[in-house]
Design a protein around this ligand. Structure first.
Ligand SMILES: [Ca+2]
Ligand SMILES: [Ca+2]
Ligand SMILES: [Ca+2]
Ligand SMILES: [Ca+2]
Length: 277
């Protein structure tokens, strides 16, 4: 009992003369160290980016810079930062989340029918010249990738790339996907398939002529612009051209190519892989 009383007395004396923090080593007497860190998170935006994300010491000033994509404007901050100043500073007195709003430049100073955003970001034409390459066709009616579909129609209606003939790189051109009217959307043609293409989708007016060797089984009606039938020929590439005529004058030539594969391509692949096993 004597030993217990002595220990209790010693501990009480020690606690009275030293704060608990000193005993645990978590503080330094006389000075307080502020080592708090807060995180700045940037919310991703369309049409632009923001720099400045990361950890900051408490009470530090973060600098945020908004950078719009070509053809776009920065308009305002969102989240824990308001206003339109760019770059902007933000006091980091807590975790913060900031976003930015960007908009497309929809002005059309050269009056060609394409907005500045469309010209700078999509068609890569001059937003200050209505006929950038001086060929007599304005930038909207121009068909830069020569797939038979105007720049304006690609960027506004079809949302395809006006600089690439096969936007989704699936082996079928944008032209093929537009005029194909078969039962399965833009299907890869195979021997035995019944196909229907409506070429008037490309050229509503004017006389149409199809140049090249038609695959066996397909016929073309120049009046209606419909190419259709059941593929019975051989596998391989079909390279045709669609000519748009005014009398005997060829106004333009649109390449129209596709590849006919064996039927049924999928089943043959499966059978071969089974056979190897
Ligand atoms: Ca324009
Ligand atoms: Ca232009
Ligand atoms: Ca085009
Ligand atoms: Ca395609």
């Amino acid at each position: 009992m004597k030993t217990f009383s002595f220990l209790r007395c010693f501990l009480l004396t020690l606690l009275a003369s030293h704060p608990l923090s000193a005993l645990t080593g978590s503080g330094v007497s006389g000075a307080t160290t502020v080592d708090t860190r807060f995180v700045l998170t940037i919310t991703p935006s369309n049409k632009g980016g923001v720099s400045g994300a990361g950890p900051y010491l408490g009470q530090a000033n973060a600098t945020l810079t908004a950078t719009p994509q070509p053809g776009c404007f920065f308009t305002a901050w969102t989240g824990d930062l308001t206003g339109t100043q760019n770059p902007a500073t933000l006091l980091m007195d807590g975790d913060k989340t900031v976003g930015a709003t960007f908009v497309e430049d929809t002005s059309d100073p050269d009056g060609d029918g394409l907005t500045n955003y469309q010209e700078i970001a999509l068609t890569q034409t001059n937003p200050l010249l209505s006929d950038s390459n001086g060929n007599g066709i304005n930038d909207a009616l121009e068909d830069t990738d020569n797939d038979g579909i105007s720049n304006l129609r690609e960027v506004t209606e079809l949302k395809t790339d006006p600089l690439r003939v096969d936007t989704d790189a699936d082996g079928l051109s944008d032209t093929y996907e537009l005029v194909y009217k078969g039962s399965v959307a833009a299907s890869q043609p195979r021997i035995g398939d019944r196909l229907r293409f409506e070429l008037r989708e490309l050229v509503p007016q004017g006389t149409l002529k199809l140049v090249g060797t038609l695959p066996t089984g397909l016929t073309f009606n120049a009046l209606t612009g419909v190419l259709e039938g059941k593929l019975t020929g051989r596998v391989g590439a079909v390279n045709l051209s669609i000519q748009v005529l005014n009398g005997r004058t060829v106004l333009r030539t649109i390449p129209f190519s596709f590849t006919v594969s064996a039927f049924p391509a999928g089943l043959i692949g499966t059978w071969q892989s089974c056979w190897k096993m």
